[in-house]
Ligand binder design. Sequence first.
Ligand code: DAK
Length: 257
Amino acid sequence: MTVKLEKIEEFACLTLDRQDALNALSFFVLDEIGQALDEVAAMQGVRALFITGAGNKAFCAGADIKELRNRSLVQQRRGAELGQAVFAKLDRLPVASLALVNGYAFGGGLEFALAATFRLCTTNAVFGLPEVKLGLIPGYGGTQRLPRLIGEARALEMIMTGRSVKADEAQQIGLVHRVIEHENLLEAGKTFARGFTGYSLPVLEFARRAVQRGMDLPIEQGLQLEAELSTLAYRTKDAEEGMQAFEEKRKSEFQDE
Ligand code: DAK
């Protein structure tokens, strides 16, 4: 197994564990990630997902370069579609995800982290889309998600120069939310996640969908989506509980309903 899935308190934690290749994404690993994400979607009592890499050197050094050669165009196309489909599963999980980036996040590794809802990293983390150096361009969503996150100009620079970005700069440009010492990364992830996991899960999902799907729409349609999802949120039992708790000056007890 190159992908480990475990439950840690109220969280699921997916660890890429292929340290001899810096946790690179072979097609086998991509398949295993896809299966693990299906399991997460079906798990009870999980309020957020963490994704990280085994060891203290790499989160993930990208697609397995050794596997990319001598493939037909059809195989390459299917490979790109597989990577995109697996990362889309992460994007669409019912719970939010946090990439805990503990070292190199290159190519497909950065693309994996970009598909997560949030990103925290260690002080030794390095981010990059170095595909141009191989005569390639990103194929697992990087050309689409990176500009949406850090803006077109910065994304174009990273993609066209292949320049890597260290932790401090990554935080400054909004690629990561926090930079953490390696030994504290998981605890920092829990603290960050608990900033929202106490709220109603369906309501959080509506909020995430409104923002993330809305980013892909013209503003009029985005506002319409917001009107629909905010009305749906209003109809949950948790909205009733939240507003009643406010009136009674007590803490809400949400039931995820
Ligand atoms: N793939 C396979 N093996 C890798 C790897 C990778 N991406 N990255 C590292 N390794 C392996 C190394 O080959 C080495 O193995 P051995 O030689 O010991 O057998 C081992 O991991 C340790 O790596 P290093 O010895 O290189 O370690 P260093 O500390 O010296 O350097 C490094 C660390 C991260 C700077 C370096 O390993 C590196 O530059 N790695 C490559 C990073 C990279 O370029 N990643 C982006 C890959 S491209 C698609 C289109 C495009 C793509 C995919 C699909 N389709 C159309 C289907 C492109 C996606 C990409 O991600």
